[in-house]
Structures are given as C-alpha cells and as structure tokens.
Design a protein. Structure first.
Length: 115
C-alpha cells in the first residue's frame, strides 16, 4: 500500500532532519497545520505543497507519490516496438543472446543506419 500524502510529508521532513516547527516556519504555516497535513486530517493547498517540496528539496511529484511514474516510451518506428515486445517474452538468457546478436549486427555496415 502506498504511503499517504501525510506520511510522505512526515517521511521527507524527517529525512531532511527537520522538526515539525522548523518546517512549518520555513513554509509559513503553523505547526498545528503541518501536523494536520502529516496526520492526513487536511490536504495542503497547491501553493503550500509547492513550498513543502521546495523546502524539502524534492519535486512536488515525489511528494504527491508520483515520482515512481516513468515517462511514456516513444518508438521511432514499428520495428522498435516489435523488437521490444519480442525481447520482453524472452527469459534473461534469451535477452542476453538477443542483445549479443544485435551488437554483432550493429558492427556490420550493411546493417547500420546511415547518419
């Protein structure tokens, strides 16, 4: 189960070595308000969320629990997509062999793309 927003705020505050009072002052809110956020009694407004992330030296995405999301993969053409799909069905030994084969092909000029 993913940690809540309040748990993430608390985690990153402690990781930064800050007391609740210190973080609250740095962000411009009361200790009680920060406590409400950390205990999931209230969600911080966007501007406070941005200040929390700035003071904690992390991105807002990370504070919101979105830091683990990967950007979408963009394929140059259908062949890249097909190669990746084929590679994913192989076990690790098969993947290593496929990469060796691709490496060998990339050394032969008749198979390399012109730059």
């Amino acid at each position: 189960m993913e940690p809540s927003l309040g748990q993430r705020i608390s985690h990153y505050r402690k990781k930064a070595g800050l007391l609740q009072k210190e973080l609250a002052v740095a962000v411009g809110i009361s200790s009680q308000t920060l406590s409400y956020y950390e205990n999931d009694k209230n969600d911080p407004p966007t501007e406070i969320l941005a200040k929390l992330a700035e003071v904690l030296n992390i991105t807002s995405d990370k504070l919101l629990g979105l830091g683990h999301l990967n950007p979408p993969v963009v394929y140059r053409n259908r062949n890249e997509y097909t190669l990746l799909r084929a590679l994913r069905v192989l076990n690790s030994f098969g993947q290593e062999r496929a990469l060796e084969y691709i490496s060998d092909l990339s050394e032969l000029s008749k198979y390399t793309a012109k730059k």
